[in-house]
Design a protein around this ligand. Structure first.
Ligand SMILES: Cc1cc2nc3c(=O)[nH]c(=O)nc-3n(C[C@H](O)[C@H](O)[C@H](O)COP(=O)(O)OP(=O)(O)OC[C@H]3O[C@@H](n4cnc5c(N)ncnc54)[C@H](O)[C@@H]3O)c2cc1C
Ligand code: FES
Length: 297
C-alpha cells in the first residue's frame, strides 16, 4: 500500500499539492496557564469546517504567515465540528509569532496528519487515559470523542498529573469532568504550593503513577491505555502498566519528534524504517519493543 494513501486531502488544491495550507482565521485565544494557551481556528472556506475530517490523536501543520509552520496536535474532537482547538506552548519562532497574533488574524492550516488513535478498535473496551502536563492536549480530543460516543466504550478512567495546581490545563473542564458519573477523573499535582492567589487544590498530591492505587479492579485484558506526557513520565507510567500486565498492543503512546513536511516526504522524522509523521504519532508499546529508539527516556 502507498504509505501516503491514508492521508486525508480535503480540497482539490491539496490533492495536487500536499504542502499547500488552507486559510483559517484565529477566532479566539484562551489563556490557560502561563505560556500554554488554547487557540481556536476556523477555516475561511465554510465548507472546509465540515470537510476537515480528523481522528483524535492526529495533528495539523499551522503556518504563521511570514514566519513558518509547526506541527500541533488537534485538541478538539471530530464529534464537535466548527472550530479546531489547539493547545499551544510558547517554545520558539513559530509559537512565539502565534502568541503575538491578534485575534481575527489569518493563518494557514494543512492536515490532518498522522495515524491518530485506533478509535474503532478501542470501541467496546475499557479506556484508561493517562496524561502528564501538555500531554493532555492530544488526549483531550480522545477523551471528548469517547464521552460523545459514551455508550460505545466500557469503563473510562482519566489520570492527569501536573507539577502544580497552576499547571493544570483545561481547569474548568476538569472540574465538570470530576462531577460526571460515567467517568473516573483523578487529578494529581507533584506539589501544591500555597501562596496568595494560588489556585486552590482539592485533588491528590503525588506522582501520576500513585493514582493507580485509587483505581480498583481494572480489567487489564479488556483495557486500552492511552498515554501522553514528557519523556520521564513515559518511563514510570510504562513500567507500571507492564507490571499490571497490560497487553503491549493495548498501550498507546503519542510521541513527538521534530517534523518538517508532516507527510512522509522530507525524511526529517524518520526513525529506522518508520516515519513518525505518518506511521505515528500514535505508537503501541509493541512498536517500541521492536524499535526502542522511537522513545527517548
Ligand atoms: C506530532 C506533534 C504534535 C505536537 N503537538 C503539540 C501541541 O499540541 N502543542 C504544542 O505546544 N506543541 C506541540 N508539538 C511541539 C511543537 O511542534 C513544537 O514545540 C514547535 O514545533 C515549536 O516550534 P517553534 O518554531 O515555536 O520552536 P523552534 O524555534 O522550532 O524550537 C524551539 C525549541 O523547541 C525544540 N523543539 C521544537 N520542536 C520540538 C519537538 N517536536 N520535540 C522536542 N523539541 C522540539 C527545539 O529544539 C528548540 O529547543 C507537537 C509536535 C509534534 C511533532
Ligand atoms: S516530517 Fe517529513 S517525513 Fe516526516
Amino acid at each position: 500500500m502507498d504509505r501516503h494513501s491514508h492521508l486525508n486531502y480535503s480540497t482539490n488544491a491539496r490533492a495536487s499539492n500536499v504542502m499547500m495550507p488552507d486559510l483559517a482565521r484565529l477566532v479566539r485565544v484562551i489563556p490557560m496557564v502561563e505560556d500554554n494557551y488554547m487557540f481556536l481556528f476556523r477555516f475561511e472556506d465554510p465548507a472546509l469546517n465540515d470537510k476537515f475530517l480528523y481522528k483524535p490523536g492526529q495533528f495539523a501543520e499551522i503556518t504563521v504567515i511570514g514566519t513558518g509552520e509547526a506541527p500541533i496536535s488537534i485538541s478538539s474532537t471530530p464529534t464537535r465540528k466548527g472550530v479546531l482547538e489547539m493547545c499551544i506552548r510558547r517554545m520558539g519562532r513559530v509559537t512565539n509569532a502565534l502568541y503575538n497574533l491578534p485575534e481575527n488574524s489569518l493563518v494557514g492550516i494543512r492536515g490532518p496528519y498522522g495515524n491518530g488513535y485506533p478509535v474503532e478498535e478501542m470501541k467496546g473496551h475499557d479506556i484508561l487515559i493517562i496524561a502528564g502536563g501538555l500531554g493532555m492536549a492530544p488526549l483531550r480530543s480522545l477523551l471528548n470523542y469517547i464521552l460523545d460516543n459514551r455508550s460505545q466504550f466500557g469503563r473510562v478512567v482519566l489520570m492527569y498529573g501536573t507539577k502544580s495546581p497552576d499547571d493544570v490545563l483545561f481547569r474548568d473542564e476538569m472540574e465538570s469532568l470530576m462531577r460526571r458519573t460515567d467517568l473516573e477523573c483523578l487529578l494529581t499535582v507533584e506539589q501544591a504550593y500555597q501562596y496568595p492567589g494560588a489556585h486552590p487544590w482539592r485533588g491528590k498530591i503525588g506522582m501520576v503513577t500513585e493514582l493507580f492505587q485509587h483505581v480498583k479492579d481494572l480489567d487489564v485484558q479488556n483495557t486500552y491505555a492511552a498515554v501522553c506526557g514528557p519523556p520521564i513520565f513515559y518511563k514510570f507510567v510504562l513500567d507500571k502498566l507492564l507490571k499490571l500486565n497490560f497487553s503491549k498492543d493495548h498501550i498507546l503512546m503519542s510521541l513527538e519528534r521534530r517534523m518538517e513536511c508532516g507527510v512522509g516526504k522530507c525524511g526529517h522524522c524518520a526513525i529506522g524504517y518508520k516515519y513518525t509523521c505518518i506511521d505515528g504519532p500514535i505508537f503501541s508499546y509493541w512498536d517500541i519493543v521492536n524499535m526502542p529508539e522511537l522513545i527517548e527516556f
